[in-house]
Ligand binder design. Structure first.
Ligand code: NAD
Length: 356
């Protein structure tokens, strides 16, 4: 007799196996209202490290999709950066403005603890350091606490700056950014530090942000030029550095882009990975894969896990120059989109780790 419930037809199991995840923990607690999913994608190179995101998802399947994609991304990010870490991520389903409580985060912390160090958590969108302090009351497997490795943004910005220079070296034969027209979209935590590096080197920096007061302040502090949001994609520029939200490389923006390089800190920059990665290559625009160029943040977290100094984290982030140089030059030579090259390189590192 045919079973009523076929596991292979279950959308959750199908999604989990489509990206080859190791483990998924669905967390639910009626008393605190906690609904969360922790996804461990791969632990070949070490414990899975990746932040916890709190977001008002429309439904559980949407949350599952997000956590599966993000945790796989962490595997690639950690591997390409040569960190002894696997990839994982957690999402808490709910409104970060109204649903937070100490009890909820402590309950979440107990779920993290039940994974016995296979998953190490940190802050992500919608989560503040004080939320993580509550989590840490229940588990040691948390990084990025106040007074520890601190704000990762300066490290992320420095790594991104290194990645931009590597792309410039490939495109222009020099990594000197003096006089280059560079647009930084989003001048928040990472964007502002990036603007500082670029301005110091003498680049002509343009900035855009949804907050006019931030644009005015950053423009004035670093001598950058603020531009209107709707002028971003048509701007005549050498380098476009997305440092706000993901998905800014898409069917609408691509035809307008007038730049030679896309290299910025935002996560998930390609709207549809394969289509838009290929389109950038065909248009002759160099693309620094987001998960490789913005790894400074996780490098900073790793330094906390291993008890390493902030100087070590900055030194390790400097290596992003070589990582991006290798990825992008291989992409140019083989005529394969850079994000695919980067994923292959990360997989090679994982397979080498497996052989050890
Ligand atoms: P943030 O929230 O501090 O800054 C984002 C900025 O973008 C804000 O100033 C916001 O007003 C602006 N913004 C939002 N929508 C915009 C739009 N449509 N156009 C222009 N500006 C817009 O975030 P952050 O920590 O600086 O992170 C920036 C990006 O880098 C994010 O995608 C994040 O996921 C990624 N990232 C950050 C880190 C880190 O260390 N903080 C590490 C890795 C990746």
């Amino acid at each position: 007799m045919k079973p009523e419930f076929e596991l292979s037809n279950n959308p959750v199991i199908a999604q989990m196996s489509s990206m080859d995840h190791d483990q998924i923990l669905f967390c639910s607690d009626n008393q605190t209202g906690l609904k969360a999913i922790i996804a461990i994608h791969d632990t070949t190179l070490g414990p899975a490290l990746g932040g916890t995101r709190m977001w008002n998802y429309d439904n559980e399947l949407e949350a599952l999709n997000d956590v599966l994609r993000l945790s796989r991304g962490m595997t690639y990010k950690n591997a390409i950066s040569d960190l002894a870490l696997g990839g994982g991520k957690a999402v808490i389903i709910g409104d970060s403005k109204t649903m937070k409580s100490e009890a909820l985060f402590r309950r979440f912390g107990r779920f993290v603890n039940s994974l016995a160090g296979n998953y190490i958590t940190a802050e992500d969108v919608g989560i503040s350091p004080s939320d993580m302090v509550w989590v840490s009351k229940e588990t040691d497997h948390v990084v990025g606490l106040p007074g520890k490795s601190g704000d990762p943004s300066p490290v992320t910005a420095f790594g991104t700056y290194m990645g931009i220079k590597a792309c410039a070296k490939i495109r222009y034969g020099t990594d000197d950014l003096a006089g280059r027209k560079i647009l930084v979209q989003g001048v928040g935590h990472v964007g502002e530090y990036l603007v500082e590096h670029l301005s110091k080197e003498g680049a002509e920096v343009f900035i855009a942000d949804i907050h006019d007061d931030t644009v005015s302040r950053v423009a004035q502090t670093y001598g950058a030029k603020g531009i209107e949001l709707d002028s971003v994609y048509g701007l005549d520029m050498d380098i476009y550095a997305p440092c706000a939200l993901g998905g800014t490389i898409n069917d609408t923006t691509l035809p307008k882009l007038k730049c030679a390089i896309v290299a910025g800190a935002a996560n998930n920059q390609l709207g549809v990975e394969d289509r838009h990665g290929k389109a950038l290559l065909e248009r002759g625009i160099l693309y620094a894969p987001d998960f490789a160029i913005n790894a400074g943040g996780v490098i900073n977290c790793f330094s906390e896990v291993e008890g390493l100094s902030s100087e070590w984290a900055m030194g390790k982030s400097e290596e992003i120059y070589h990582t991006i140089y290798n990825i992008v030059s291989r992409s140019e030579k083989e005529r394969v989109p850079s994000h695919i090259i980067a994923m292959k390189m990360a997989e090679e590192k994982i397979n080498n780790g497996l052989k050890k």
